[in-house]
Structures are given as C-alpha cells and as structure tokens.
Design a protein around this ligand. Sequence first.
Ligand SMILES: [Zn+2]
Length: 253
Amino acid sequence: MNKIKKFVYDNVVPVAGTLLKSKNKFINVIYYHDIVEGEGNGAQQTNIEAFKKQMEYIASNGYKTLTFDDIENGADISFKDKYVLITFDDGWLSNYSIFEFMKEKNIKYNIYLAVSEISNNPEYLTWDQVREMHNSGLVGFGAHTYSHISMKDIDEIDTQKEVEEANNIIFKEIGFYPVDFCYPYGYFSEKSNKFLLENTRYKRIYTSEHDFSYGVGDKIIFGRSSINGAEDFKTFVNKLNGKYNAFNTVRGK
Ligand SMILES: [Zn+2]
C-alpha cells in the first residue's frame, strides 16, 4: 500500500464509517484464519499473543459475541449493545487450541469449514473437535465449500456439488445443515451470490469485502473485516467498531 492509500485507509475510511454508522445498524463481522506461535503472515496467520490481546480487549470492553446458532435461533439483538461476530476461515487446528482460552473469557466464535480437510489433514480440525466445540454452545459452524474452490470460476453444476457435498457431510458429522457460508479466497460474483441465495439453504453469505453488507429478502450478504497481524492495535479497534464498514446498508431495529 502506498503512503496516500495508507493515509486514506487509516484515517479517512474510519471517519466516513463513523459518520455513516449512526444510521446503518448491522452486526460487525471480523475474520481470522490460523493462529500461530510465530510472527505470522498478514491476514492468513495471526500471532497468538496479539490474538489474545485482541480478545482481552473484546472481553473487557463490553462487546457481545454471538455464534451462528444464536443468530439462527433468533437472538434478541439490541443495537444499544456492541456486537461482534468473530469468524475463522478454513478450520485450522489452532482454532481448537484457542478453545480453552475463549471459554475462560466467555467469547463466542465461529468457524467455516473447508470440509474435505477436516479429519484428513493434520493441520486442520477433526470432527471430534468440531463436535466438542459445537456442543459447548461457544462455537458456531458454517460451510466453506467441500474442496475450498474459488466459486467465481465454476459453473452452477459444480457449485451445487460443492455446496451439497459440504452440507451433507456437516449434517452427517454434527447433525445440522449449515446456513452460514463463506466464499473461499473471498472470490465471488453477482452470479454466484444469486445462485447461492436462490438455490441453497444458506441464509448468510460472507465475503471478504470489508465495506459492505446488504440484505436480500430475508437473507444477508455480509461484508467482513480481515484482522491483519501487520496492522496496529488502533486499526483493530476501528475494525471492531465497524469504522471500516462505511457502506453497509443492513438496517437493524
Ligand atoms: Zn478459506
């Protein structure tokens, strides 16, 4: 990012978001991938100490966290409170390593599973871990396709196959059909949105675009803010407060 872009990103976008936020109510969604011991790699890996500091901030500053199940079961969301939906892409093993810590802090989180990797790749979760986390009520699960394929470039038949395979395995392993779905690599198109909204059970579809969420009938396309280990703490707090979500149009009550 060059200097001008960085200045706009760090200063202008959050101010615009703050001004617009007063009339646009939405649940702010942040996302991570893998949590690691080492320094980490941008948005793909977050250092464990940096992550814990962020979670401690959430726990001690009155943010309410939700699982996908809470939303699905009609959680009574009053926008007088501060909400954040914490999400993780892919289903990395480290998402289980943080489980005890998150329990202690009573912070709820959510994981979109790249289903073909679960119980198959040692760097990823196992179905036993998924079940244990889901049964606790602290962790929600969504789908992230079967083979972690970009949905921008595949036809409707393959899209349907990816969706059904992922949904059926999740149902078989943890007993429910997911209604939250996140695009691998964040790649999507108007066509893929339309297809998923019209032809699948998914009610909430999550992109990697930080600056918009919008409702389509009773379903939602959610924008999300990537928490990037290379950014400073102030940027994290701005993202937590939805200050980058300048163009969200989902209205609350
Ligand atoms: Zn992914």
